[in-house]
Design a protein around this ligand. Structure first.
Ligand code: SF4
Length: 367
């Protein structure tokens, strides 16, 4: 079995490797709004959005977010709902909540700028090693190597690394190799170049080795093993969860509830409901869970839709029912943070998570 690093690869060639990579990057880099700025705050926002999300998706979100919250102070003053609304659809909402809380923490110290000390920056909510390395190197040129999915793939092929890219326990192995390669004179450009190489050339499938600026140092290419790297641990099969929810309508208004501010989908809005028990029918589960959450004894009128949505750790199957609440029923929340009765014209004023968006076509004709 090959070792995870190959000492032959980087020795006298380090400088050439870096020069070749940086020369390529200067010509090949894609224009992106966060590459047109040196504002550390904007770079921070972009790096948070880019975690788990494709560049093409992030661009519009980034532009809208920066227009609404152009600096730390403005973000710190914003309402939670307004921040989540601009994140709606990007998923992983804890990223938005952490960014918001971090801005508040800086503003409370009278700061309107991103700390330019990695240690200080790491103290902020949501700032882990990846965000720290990316922001501190790109914004302030600190010599920290960035290791994201694209970089791992490049490293795995360059060094024929036997460890799986999707095993967080061995992240340090990748970090060590990334540190060895890092151009300490130009960490901002070098890190971006490595990420761009993974995105454009050393692609997950059909890498463009003939066009690769570092092909002469690539062990996988030399040994004809490119297709075998990166190694992967078999993914666990994610479970399916069955939920039921109610579209409770009163005078043309729909009852919506807000999830608690922390945890999974924290702060987002949805329809009342909950999980379907084993051997329970979805409509019974709908009635039971709406009662438990809102105190309302609803009756289901019709089945409106079944929507599915896959999150990182489970697949949701959601049965949605049109439901009637008793006349003069009073909402008495147990669990949710808040509730509102809204008209269809207000649907865009609140942040809903993706599964609920998928219900909208069935809800609209009712309202
Ligand atoms: Fe990736 Fe091919 Fe370049 Fe090796 S030569 S780093 S496999 S694109």
């Amino acid at each position: 079995m090959k070792g995870c690093t190959n000492p032959m690869m980087i020795s006298m060639d380090e400088i050439e490797f870096r020069t070749s990579l940086l020369d390529w990057f200067h010509c090949a880099r894609r224009p992106m709004p966060w590459r047109e700025t040196s504002d550390p705050y904007q770079i921070w926002v972009s790096e948070v959005m880019l975690q788990q999300t494709q560049v093409a998706t992030v661009i519009d979100y980034f532009n809208r977010f920066i227009r609404a919250f152009p600096d730390i102070e403005t973000l710190a003053r914003a309402r939670d709902q307004d921040v989540l609304k601009l994140w709606e659809g990007l998923g992983y909402y804890s990223r938005a909540r952490n960014l918001h809380n971090a801005a508040r923490e800086l503003a409370s110290q009278g700061l309107n700028t991103v700390p330019d000390t990695p240690g200080e920056f790491m103290k902020l909510p949501g700032v882990g090693p990846y965000t720290c390395a990316a922001v501190q190197s790109i914004a302030y040129n600190h010599a920290l190597a960035v290791v994201d999915g694209n970089v791992k793939r490049v490293l795995a092929r360059l060094f024929e690394m036997e460890i799986p890219v999707n095993d967080s326990c061995v992240h340090q192995e990748f970090a060590r190799n990334a540190e060895r390669l890092l151009d300490r004179g130009e960490p901002a450009m070098f890190n971006q170049a490595m990420m761009e190489l993974g995105a454009l050339v050393c692609r997950p499938t059909s890498p463009l080795c003939d066009e690769c600026p570092v092909r002469q140092w690539c062990n996988a290419l030399a040994h004809g093993t490119v297709a075998e790297f990166p190694r992967r641990k078999e993914k666990k099969v994610i479970p399916t969860r069955h939920h039921a929810a109610a579209a409770v309508l009163e005078n043309g208004q729909l009852l919506v509830i807000q999830r608690r501010p922390h945890g999974f989908l924290g702060g987002m809005w949805e329809l009342p409901g909950g999980s379907v028990k084993k051997n329970e029918s979805p409509d019974k589960a709908c009635i039971r869970t709406v009662k438990a959450q809102t105190g309302l004894s609803v009756e289901t009128v019709s089945h409106l839709a079944r929507v599915t949505h896959t999150y990182s750790h489970f697949r949701l199957e959601l049965d949605v029912f049109a439901a009637q609440a008793p006349a003069n029923g009073v909402v008495d929340l147990n669990g949710p943070e808040a509730h509102q009765w809204i008209r269809w014209s207000q649907i865009d004023t609140l942040p809903f998570h993706k599964a609920i968006h998928k219900c909208f076509p069935s809800l609209k004709p009712l309202m």
